[in-house]
Design a protein around this ligand. Sequence first.
Ligand code: ZN
Length: 418
Amino acid sequence: MSETVLNKFLRYAKIDTRSDDSSTTSPSTMKQFDLAKVLKQELLDLGIKDVELDDNCYIMATIPSNLPSDHPAYSKVPTIGFVAHVDTSPDVTDENVNPQIIENYQGGDIVLPADNSIIIRESENPELKNCIGHTLVTTDGTTLLGADDKAGVATIMKVAEILTSSDNTILHGDIRIGFTPDEEIGMGTRHFDVAKFGCKYAYTIDGEMPGELNKETFSADSGIIRITGRDIHPGSAKDIMVNAVRVAGEIISRFPKHIAPETTEGHEPYVHPHTVEGGVGSATIKILFRDFDSKGLPKLHTIVRDIIAEVQGLFPKAKIELEVIEQYRNMLDTLEKNPEVLDNLWEAAKNVGANPYWKPIRGGTDGSRLTEMGLPTPNIYNGGQNFHSKTEWMSVNALEKTVETVLELVQIYVKNAK
Ligand SMILES: [Zn+2]
């Protein structure tokens, strides 16, 4: 009855679960329940008794410890959780995902079948050269793939299947499973009940290639600039019209180009105007503020406020307002105070031959907020690349390595229990 982790992934990827950052409901889109209900049923079918799917589309479930009472680690292994998100990015559609499977990849660019203009280029994908001989999964060029984070979901479901099977010999403590909605719109933990989850540590499985582990994320705020102009028929507009489109253009042209995502890397901060909407009467500009040092964020806000003040001078009749919304904070400090959560992960990745290294995430994960909420939660790879795009791809070998890593990790918690 066992199903490969790839087949689990392919089934989940075909379910449209795109979240929506303009929604005010929780979950932001009801279709996220389409996958959540499937997962709930599959967990029940594995014999897991306490599966809960709540009204906000959060799933929690327990794989109970199987340690015999005479085992030296009995009752000493902390409860650990594994978390993945069911939604996919609002940036690109995930309707009718039609995955392409490339067996025994031999190098070279990958042209996607339904849109030949979309190419996964070797030159832009250094990880491809590490995947010679692997089975790769891509899209057909018309959607994203959803490895972010259905690869994480599939990993957890495969681990659950293995650990609950009647012939399982892997010893482990209590393991909690958490599936969340709306991670992609920064709301993945809005209704996450950390106390109810009841774990000492957790891990998100929402990273990229095996070996890359994450204990550090950006600190993040988002912003929205609201511009109110004045619309009037262009034929009689002289000295009356205030064109919000022009105001938006002036603002955007002033964003510093050297602190943009496309010009920065490593630990460098950025300010990123990513969405413009509107017309003559009103317009909005959505912005991301990102810095590994939380203290740097107010400086980024000031850059935008100064731009607004300057443009306001050019358009005195326009109303221009900036709203800043706190998103998440770098989890590094808290995680380093809990070395066990990091050391055990490192040991697991090393033992399965994944050559671990720590890489700062130029983004956030549910773990950033969970760590802030008192649950130390670093991030594990899941085998995907180029998230949020039509060129998203995944290595099946890497996905299988992720499953292996999680199984090793639960055993290390037993081995290292004090
Ligand atoms: Zn993700």
